[in-house]
Design a protein around this ligand. Structure first.
Ligand code: PMV
Length: 326
């Protein structure tokens, strides 16, 4: 596989974009080293970074105190003492399980890296993860790697072409590229926001119980089978495995009554569906039955969700050339 292009060097002002992500199999368990499959969404965050008399985020000088992702991104990616003003816009609802923070961090880190001489993509993936981990305190590098790489990626799966590995202390996650099956997926955002960090900590406590190792193993089996099913383009098997993954997520307390309602609403038009991301609110992802995309979107809207029909974005974090005139 061709290595992914590095982020090129550009002078300020610089604009960059990065996609959000959708986890198909393996969220939560991935934090403990289990396999995960996810893809970059065709919904993104975009930033413009300009020289400025003071540091600000969307015209607010308190951004540096109030937004831990912004603070960590500047601390790790902007050694230059010259202050910058950052504007950000996003198509991703916040705290929805769709990787809005990872997309913001990846786009901002790409822009800052570009204005500091450019950066290899593996180094950008490590930096974006370090920033998210510092801001959030917990988590795996799946989200930030999908935002940096684009396309479909696996974590800890040993499947596909190696992209990079990302480390935190003694922990290490292996990130690889697998093929996009080219499917349309339907996401339904419940409108129930939640904290990823709280959800991750609650599930981690549940996995400490005596049946934790058995549950973790089941997560791994489902994700491995799911990666294979997606790899051979088998929609029915993928749908069944989405349902099995959801049962496990329910067992560890990551579901929510609103998510269960949306999963029921999706049922008749979907091969299968599950929550996506940290859960306890946030979103579901469903694989439509052939020709049922519109019906699935309609069913989720009627059930009160914000639905999105999405595809995988092949592009990861990238500069938006010509978008930031002085
Ligand atoms: O809900 P999100 O978009 O923050 O995704 C969290 C995914 C987890 O597996 C629960 C945590 C992680 O960092 O992998």
């Amino acid at each position: 596989m061709e290595p992914l292009a590095p982020i090129p060097s550009r002078p300020l002002p610089v604009s960059a974009r990065a996609p959000g992500k959708c986890i198909v199999f393996g969220e939560h368990a991935v934090v403990r080293g289990s396999p995960e499959l996810l893809f970059a969404l065709d919904l993104d965050a975009q930033v413009v970074v300009r020289p400025a008399p003071r540091i600000e985020l969307n015209s607010d000088p308190r951004g540096i105190e109030e937004n831990p992702y912004f603070r960590a991104a500047l601390a790790r990616g902007w050694p230059d003492p010259a202050p910058v003003s950052v504007r950000s816009v996003t198509q991703l609802p916040k705290a929805s399980g769709l990787g809005s923070s990872a997309a913001f961090v990846a786009a901002l880190s790409a822009a800052l890296a570009s204005a500091s001489g450019g950066l290899e993509r593996a180094a950008l993936a490590q930096r974006a993860f370090d920033i998210e981990r510092e801001a959030q305190g917990v988590g795996s590098p799946g989200d930030t790697s999908a935002s940096v790489a684009g396309g479909f990626v696996t974590v800890n799966a040993g499947e596909g072409a190696p992209l990079w590995s990302v480390a935190s202390g003694a922990e290490r996650w292996d990130v690889r590229r697998v093929e996009d099956p080219g499917w349309v997926w339907v996401i339904g955002y419940s409108g129930v926001p939640r904290s990823t960090a709280d959800a991750v900590r609650a599930v981690a406590r549940r996995l400490e119980e005596p049946d934790g190792p058995r549950i973790l193993e089941a997560f791994g089996d489902v994700a491995r089978a799911g990666i294979e099913a997606v790899g051979r383009g088998d929609r029915e098997a993928t749908g069944r495995l989405l349902g099995r993954n959801q049962e496990l997520l329910r067992t560890v307390g990551a579901s929510h009554p609103r998510l269960e309602e949306l999963l029921r609403a999706a049922g008749p038009a979907a091969e299968g569906a599950k929550l996506t991301g940290a859960g306890v609110g946030g979103s579901i992802v469903a694989l439509p039955k052939p020709g049922q995309e519109t019906e699935l979107v309609r069913r989720l809207a009627r059930a009160g969700a914000l639905p999105f029909a999405v595809r995988c974005s092949p592009a990861g974090a990238s500069l938006v050339e010509g978008a930031a005139p002085g």
